[in-house]
Write a protein that binds this ligand. Structure first.
Ligand SMILES: Nc1nc2c(ncn2[C@@H]2O[C@H](COP(=O)(O)OP(=O)(O)OP(=O)(O)O)[C@@H](O)[C@H]2O)c(=O)[nH]1
Ligand SMILES: [Mg+2]
Length: 320
């Protein structure tokens, strides 16, 4: 899902400025006809002005719930990420307050329209418009904080990984074991690889067709199975929990992480209840007999075998 298309939210002041400009343009486009008296002309202009002001505000605010994600249908991965950064109740409240503002302004517009029709002089007509603008500004200012808050949400949403609704393989394992290298080898995705740990600071995504089916690969940052997760560890955790159809767990016999720790992290993945395929990285660095031992112990695979193993799950899983 991509949140890139949510338009930037204006401030309350910008909403009013834009609406007043549109109202001014509309009013000045009304020209005097022969039959017009100053009073009928003023009525026409001000009637059109308040309608234009209303529409300018309503166009922006009414569409907000369509632009922002609907929490009821949003994928749990994003919903939990969002809940980690903002209160979801507040999100609902602020969004609906902004969305409902046009209704309040429509009521002001309708009552002021009556005043315009009943006015006995151009001054009285102008007075009615002034009244409309004053009350409308008040209504817009009251959602000023909501607009600023929602703009913060919008900016945050843009930073979330852009996952697609595809069969997904998450690559997990200790830092520096070669997860990103594997992603690159499998999918050709460009991502940073380094000889030091914690290179990957966001979820790297890669795509590959396996026997005619497009598969999404998610390279998670190396986690240390900590209780308190930072933002990226949280993303990795949620991807494993909600997005992964299959997990590839990368073992590394050359790294400093004790094999017992690597087994412990592997065992922790069982909480997600997903199939886990074991892969041994840096196979070129270890003697054949050690690879044979790994194969025996945890069922290590070559990259070709890994793709076949993934494909076996694609065939048996119907997530799409
Ligand atoms: N010789 C050899 N080196 C490898 C292999 N796979 C990874 N490496 C090296 O191991 C180091 C770490 O690789 P990465 O792919 O960045 O490891 P990572 O698991 O993504 O690391 P983090 O993102 O920090 O968790 C790099 O120096 C890689 O070049 C391999 O199969 N053979
Ligand atoms: Mg990495």
């Amino acid at each position: 899902m991509s949140f890139e298309d949510i338009p930037h939210l204006p401030t309350a002041q910008q909403v009013m400025q834009s609406a007043l400009t549109r109202g001014r343009k509309k009013a000045s486009s009304i020209t005097k006809r022969k039959t017009d008296t100053p009073l009928t002309l003023a009525r026409k202009k001000e009637r059109e002005r308040i309608i234009a002001i209303y529409h300018d505000i309503a166009d922006r605010l009414k569409s907000l719930p369509k632009q922002f994600p609907d929490l009821d249908t949003l994928n749990e991965f994003y919903r939990e990420l969002l809940a980690n950064d903002f209160s979801l109740d507040e999100y609902r409240q602020r969004l609906s307050r902004a969305q409902n503002t046009p209704r309040a302004i429509a009521a002001i517009r309708d009552s002021v329209r009556g005043k315009i029709e009943a006015a006995q002089s151009p001054q009285e007509v102008k007075q009615a418009t002034k009244h409309f603008i004053g009350r409308t500004s008040g209504a817009v200012e009251r959602i000023g904080d909501d607009l600023v808050w929602l703009e913060d949400v919008r900016r945050k949403l843009r930073t979330y990984p852009k996952l697609k609704e595809l069969f997904t393989v998450c690559i997990a394992g200790f830092p520096n074991v070669g997860k990103t290298t594997l992603l690159k080898a499998l999918t050709g995705a460009s991502a940073e690889i380094n000889e030091y740990a914690f290179t990957t600071k966001s979820l790297n995504l890669g795509y590959k067709q396996i026997k005619g089916r497009k598969i999404q690969f998610v390279d998670t940052p190396g986690t240390l199975n900590r209780e308190h997760m930072n933002e990226i560890e949280m993303q990795a955790h949620l991807a494993l929990k909600y997005v992964a159809d299959v997990i590839v767990y990368v073992y590394d016999y050359t790294e400093s992480y004790a094999l017992s720790d690597q087994h412990a992290l592997r065992a922790a993945l069982d909480e997600h209840g997903k199939p886990v395929i074991h892969y041994l990285s840096k196979q070129d660095l270890i003697p054949d007999e050690e690879f044979a031992r790994f194969k025996e112990e945890v069922g290590g695979l070559t990259q070709e075998e890994l793709l076949d193993a993934i494909h076996a799950f694609v065939r048996t899983t119907r997530t799409l």
